[in-house]
Structure formats: C-alpha cells, structure tokens
Design a protein around this ligand. Structure first.
Ligand SMILES: O=P(O)(O)OC[C@H]1O[C@H](OP(=O)(O)OP(=O)(O)O)[C@H](O)[C@@H]1O
Ligand SMILES: NC(=O)CC[C@H](N)C(=O)O
Ligand SMILES: [Mg+2]
Length: 488
C-alpha cells in the first residue's frame, strides 16, 4: 500500500516531498523515490530502503524544480528490487515520471498490448511501469500538450487499466497530473496552500502529509477524476471516467492509514474507535458476565479500538506489550521469515500486566496469524491465566488484489477454516471477530459518509470483477513460496 505525494510550489519542492514521505512511511518501507521537474529536465532519485536511507544531502541537492512527486513502496507486483522502486520515468512523449499506489489486475494483457500495439518497452515486472506506459501512449496520441490532453489520456487509462490505482505524475511542459481509479479504491486527497499571495497545491495518499506541510485539505480526489496543476499554480479538474459506485478499500481504515488522517471525509481515528465500540458491544452480547481482567492492545494499530473496547466492557486498559520503535511494520515486510522474526524483535511483554490475569488481547486484524500466534504465546509465558483475542476486523479469508499484498488465500490463517478452527490454531481460549456489517457501519459513521466498500478480503466480492484463472496466476507469482524461490 504505497504512499504517494505530488506538489506544485513556488520554490523547489524536493525538501517538502521528503518531509511528506516521512509521514507516509507506514504505507511502504521497501523503497522510496522523488522526481522533480525543472524546466526541460526531469530528475529522479530512488532506491531500496526507508526514506531516511534513500536520500542524502547530495541526492537532495540534485532534485531541483517546483513540480515534483514522491513515492514509498510496499510491493504488490514484480520484485522488491531497486529497479522497481518508483517513480518510473519515460522520455517520450515529453518526459514523464509517475508514481502509483495500488495494483492492476490486467497487467499481463496490458503488457502485451503496450508492446505490440503501442510499441513501447516495459523493462520490469512492475504493474506501475505498465500503467505509466499506457498513460504515456494515450498522451502521445493527443494533438497538444495541455490539461485537456492530459484528461483525455487519463480517460484512456480508465478504458484500459483495471484495478486499484491512485497516481501522481509530472509531465514536462505541463505540470502535475493526478488521478484516482473509477471506484476510488485507493485514496487520494487534494490540498491547497497560499504562499505570498499565490496558490500552491499538493495531492497525497493521506491528509497527514498535507497537515505536515501546511496545506489545507480541500477535498478528496473523486473516483475517476483527473487533476492537472500547471507550474504557475493553475488547477484544472475533470471527471475522466463513467461514474461507478464509490467503494474505498476498507482495509485502509482497519490497518493501513495513520489514525490522524482523514480519508474520504472519514477520520481514521474515529472509525477505529467505533470499531472498538461495536466489538465491545458484541463481547457484552456474547458474554454479559465475562471474566476479562484487562484489555491489552497489540501495538500499534489496534490501540484506538482496544481503548474503546475496554470502555464499553468496563475493564481496565493496559499497555502490556512494549514496541521497539526501531522495528517497522511487520505485515508489510516482503517475506514470511522476516515477518515472523520481526514480531518477537518488535514486541516484548511486561509480565506484571499478565500474571494470573484473564487478558483480552486486541488486534486490528488477523491476516496470516504471524503476529497473534507469537503474541498469544508471549502472554501465556508471561503468566496469563486465560488469553482471549479480539480482532477489530472480521476474519480475512480472501486475497486482496487492489494494492495489499495478500495474494494467496492459502497463506491466510482463516482461509477455509471456521472461527473455532482458527481459535484452536492460534492457541487462544476465546477468539472474537468483528462482524463485517459492524465494521462497515463503524467506518461509515453516524453521518454515513460512505455507503459501500471494497471489503473483498473479508467477503470475496471484487468490485472490478476478476478474470478466470487470475487468482491461480498471482498465487504462482506472488505467494511467499514463489517469492522465496525467486530470491534463492
Ligand atoms: O496476522 P498478521 O499476518 O500478523 O497481520 C496482522 C498484523 O500485522 C499488522 O501489524 P504491523 O506490525 O504490521 O503494524 P502495526 O505496528 O501498525 O500494528 C496488524 O496491525 C496486525 O497486528
Ligand atoms: N502497494 C502498492 O501500492 C504497490 C504499487 C505497485 N503495484 C508496486 O508493486 O510497486
Ligand atoms: Mg499490528
């Protein structure tokens, strides 16, 4: 679930892109990159690692220009190699750099089309490079270079690309271009700032990047909408796809986004608190005279939900696991070996919060079960009398194909298992999952800002439809087993 950011300013934007990326780091820890446009030159610097690893004074000083884009990567296609770090660049037409959050599900067909019909070379296995080439080809077929031409090129992208995508690009001679898939699966928000009487614009995956940089959150980019900002700060917007049902990815609210972000007009923090309230009510419904002594979150993401569960069921909230702040998010690490090792390195129990107690551990979600299996054992080793586990999301039973790297159903601990079987496998005395209707209501909130979601990993319903054989293919390409073989 990569992070993307684009800025048009009145001075060089590289330093701000860097700062913005640091608050989007939770969306991708594998690679980072920045591209800036300066007159007739596009500068790109990218590589593997955290934002702070990839850039130094020297590389930053080369990134000149008042228009720029940035990306931090969590791979969902291709490899983890540095050649697939973003932004990607093509020199024709005009010179374009592009950064993408999401995942295309017709990449193979598009790759052939791009080569055979559009006569363009795609040099990596990345779906994002394919998307860039589709956009480049569509722009090349336009007669002029202006916002209208960019909108028509975006229409072409919508006609040809299927999947989840939020995109920022910089086109030499035009400025910043941004667009969002017709279902608005992946997030993208527009911000504005006034500097010395002139407007500056930014688009970002999450509003937290706008906050940091002093941009006011104007609105979310609409599903299917295209945006162009010229180097002079003129904003152009247009709907570039037939309106479809807006179905943002619900997993953004469950896990991916930072709680201090607003996404499609919903506060992620509040959504997580409501998830906790709903789950607390479910616990009371199922066991009105429960014997829980303490509610303990599995840091970080579950904290908001855990605190509300504790409030609803009338039990103390305690921080029982201390997180090593120097270990990143485990779920978005590329291999299972690394993920499993990192849980123990990342979380350590405070035994006195467990000894002789019945503890309710709370996580935002249970995906492969990597975290919960180890945490439950740690709680027992620390002396807990009974260990219960609550998940603020329902059981994850189906692959995600729109930008979250859960390609293989077999790797999901709940796939093909009943809740009781998962309970046993995780070694807990009681496992409670959120109901999907409660999760969706929790995110919609009382104002019912969003009516439908991409909840595919919970219900197996895919808003774009899925071609026969697709799941088998991605399983072969992207399962942990396949990745391991590739690396060997
Ligand atoms: O069942 P699993 O496959 O282990 O995946 C789910 C876990 O992974 C995530 O934590 P992560 O460590 O990535 O980040 P966090 O610190 O934001 O909670 C998520 O919050 C769950 O704890
Ligand atoms: N998580 C994402 O948004 C990934 C973007 C793109 N599919 C890649 O693998 O680089
Ligand atoms: Mg976690």
């Amino acid at each position: 679930m990569c992070g993307i950011l684009g800025i048009v300013g009145h001075n060089d934007v590289a330093a701000q892109l860097y700062d913005g990326l640091t608050v989007l780091q939770h969306r991708g820890q594998d690679a980072a990159g920045i591209a800036t446009a300066n007159g007739s030159k596009l500068r790109v610097h990218k590589g593997n690692g955290l934002v702070s690893d990839v850039f130094d004074e020297n590389s930053m000083s080369l990134l000149e220009g008042r228009v720029g884009i940035a990306h931090c990567r969590y791979p969902t296609a291709g490899s983890e190699g540095s050649d697939e770090a973003q932004p990607f660049y093509v020199n024709s037409p005009f010179g374009i750099a592009l950064a993408h959050n999401g995942n295309l599900i017709n990449t193979d067909a598009l790759r052939n089309e791009v080569f055979e019909q559009d006569r363009r070379n795609v040099n990596t296995e990345s779906d994002s490079e394919v998307l860039l080439n589709v956009f480049a080809h569509e722009l090349d077929t336009q007669k002029a270079l202006n916002p209208e031409a960019a909108f028509r090129a975006i229409e072409g992208v919508h006609r040809r690309c299927v999947g989840g995508f939020a995109v920022v690009a910089t086109v030499l001679g035009l400025g910043l271009v941004a667009f969002r898939d017709p279902n608005g699966i992946r997030p993208l928000v527009l911000g504005k700032r006034n500097s010395g009487g002139q407007d500056e614009y930014a688009v970002a995956s999450e509003s937290v990047a706008l906050d940091l940089l002093g941009f006011e959150r104007v609105r979310d980019v609409r599903p299917g909408e295209g945006i162009v900002v010229t180097p002079r700060g003129e904003l152009f917007t247009r709907q570039c796809a037939e309106p479809r049902e807006h179905t943002p990815c619900i997993f953004e609210y469950v896990y991916f986004a930072r709680p201090d972000s607003m996404m499609d007009e919903v506060s992620v923090h509040k959504a997580r608190m409501r998830m906790g309230q709903k789950l607390g009510e479910k616990i009371l419904r199922l066991r009105p005279d429960h014997d829980i002594d303490t509610v303990i979150p599995i840091p970080d993401t579950s904290r908001d939900a855990a605190l509300e569960i504790a409030n609803v069921i009338g039990v103390k909230y305690r921080e029982g696991f201390i997180k090593n702040r120097y270990v990143g998010r485990t779920f978005i690490m590329p291999g299972q070996g690394e993920r499993a090792k990192s849980v123990r390195r990342k979380l350590n129990p405070i035994p006195l919060e467990f000894r002789n107690r019945v503890v309710l551990l709370v996580d935002d979600s249970i995906v492969r079960g990597t975290t919960s299996k180890q945490i439950v054992q740690m709680a027992r080793d620390a002396g807990a009398r009974k260990v219960y586990l609550a998940s603020a999301a329902p059981a994850v039973r189906y692959p995600n194909v729109y930008g979250i790297d859960m390609p293989s159903a077999e790797e999901l601990v709940a796939h093909g298992r009943t809740d009781e079987e998962v309970e046993k496998l995780l070694g807990v005395d009681w496992l409670i999952y959120q109901d999907l209707s409660d999760l969706e209501e929790a995110v919609s909130g009382p104002k019912q800002r969003i009516n439908h979601f991409d909840s595919s990993c919970f219900n197996g319903e895919y808003v774009t439809g899925i071609e026969p054989g697709y799941f088998e293919r991605i399983q072969q390409l992207r399962s942990d087993e396949a990745k391991k073989t590739r690396r060997a």
